[in-house]
Design a protein around this ligand. Structure first.
Ligand code: ZN
Length: 388
């Protein structure tokens, strides 16, 4: 949008009908009105023209913003919130990261709204684990999309954005545990010690997962390998715990004693995509093999996002299939899910995770600039960036 200068000096008249806007006189009057409006608001023409933010190469941004194998397409490390939002419509090395989690958020919200119209989430306690799971599979891609959008406002903002991203992923693992504990548990494990303590252990796991993944950011610059191993382990550990009942069910199937098989293909597809997600996150392929070739499209984080949401889609289908096909059996052999064990567990996990995020954010803001969290200075972009 560009507000243009010029026009006649006479005061604008507002009785002009719509058709006159199409003629020359009408356009001139619109210009006058715009000019007067701008004068009243005290805005300059520059402020009303939208300019896409400038992009930078890897050597122009502080180390904390650099990604392995990504050479170009970096946003300014002190972008404004508006610049960050605008950059999601500009091709940067984060654009596809933003959209590959923003669009799936709407897909999962749509699936959730359809379930809301077909199931009775308010009064049927059997559906509460699914309710918690659906909330969390909408929350984690949305949080991730916001984190990628606003991560270049400052070094501190970048860390805090990703703290929230990790917190949402960690809560998603709790959602998986709540739904798996209620619908996916093998027949022979129902009412066992593990079944009764599955959700409380998963709450503990989210605390470990969030703490380790946030802490890994403090090691990122000085010990990048340790940081990567710690962060990968932080997410793999709750994933393995959540999937123990499923692994056992698959093991039983290989042994020839399968029951409730409707959901198993979707479970297998989910595991396949989960494996791919983990591989892409840890390997940084393909950009590691050809640095600079995949800066905008095709780098590992984008593929990681896509595999994560496709995996979540299959997981959701599997949970829905188990929930439907095992309903009668579970109703006869186990207690109905309680409010405390589902929504209550989510609320507790949410609260405890917020406390952890607040703790790490406070520690980050108190950290001195020589702690290794920042590259050149704590509050300024690199010298090269300041030139632009
Ligand atoms: Zn991401």
């Amino acid at each position: 949008m560009q507000w243009e200068e010029g026009g006649r000096a006479e005061p604008p008249r507002f009785e002009c009908p719509v058709w006159c806007a199409l003629c020359r006189v009408g356009r001139a009057r619109i210009r006058q009105v715009c000019q007067r409006g701008r004068g009243v608001l005290g805005l300059s023409a520059d402020m009303l023209s939208i300019k896409l933010p400038q992009l930078f190469d890897i050597h122009q941004v502080p180390r904390v913003f650099r990604e392995d194998g990504i050479i170009s397409g970096y946003r300014h490390p002190r972008s404004s919130a508006l610049d960050c939002i605008l950059s999601s419509f500009q091709m940067t090395n984060e654009t596809v990261n933003i959209w590959t989690h923003f669009l799936p958020t709407w897909y999962f919200l749509w699936r959730f709204s359809v379930l809301c119209s077909t199931l009775n989430f308010l009064s049927e306690s059997y559906t509460w684990p699914l309710l918690v799971y659906m909330v969390l599979i909408c929350l984690y891609p949305f949080t991730s999309s916001c984190a990628h959008t606003f991560s270049t406002m400052s070094a501190e903002a970048r860390h805090i954005c990703y703290f929230f991203d990790y917190g949402a992923l960690s809560l998603y693992s709790l959602g998986c545990a709540i739904s798996y504990g209620s619908y996916v548990m093998p027949d022979c494990w129902v009412n066992t010690w593990l079944h009764r303590h599955f959700v409380p252990i998963a709450i503990g796991n989210t605390l470990v997962c969030t703490s380790l993944s946030c802490y890994s950011r403090f090691l990122e610059l000085q010990f990048p390998r340790k940081s990567k191993i710690l962060r990968t382990g932080a997410f793999v550990y709750p994933f393995i715990f959540d999937n123990i009942p499923l692994f056992y069910r698959l093991l039983l199937c290989f042994g020839g004693s399968c029951s409730h098989t409707e959901a198993l293909p979707s479970h297998c597809y989910h595991l396949l995509f989960a494996f791919l997600t983990c591989f892409l996150f840890a390997s940084h392929l393909p950009e590691r093999l050809a640095p600079g070739r995949f800066d905008y499209i095709g780098h590992s984080h984008q593929l990681f996002h896509i595999c994560a949401v496709v995996g979540t889609h299959f997981q959701m289908e599997a949970v829905l299939a188990d929930m439907t096909s095992r309903r009668a059996w579970l109703a006869a052999h186990s207690a109905v899910p309680s409010f405390l064990g589902t929504v209550g567990a989510l609320a507790l996990g949410f609260l405890l995770n917020l406390i952890i995020l607040a703790f790490f954010s406070a520690a980050l803001l108190r950290a001195p600039s020589h702690s290794g969290l920042y590259h050149i200075t704590k509050h300024q972009p690199s010298a090269e960036c300041k030139e632009h």
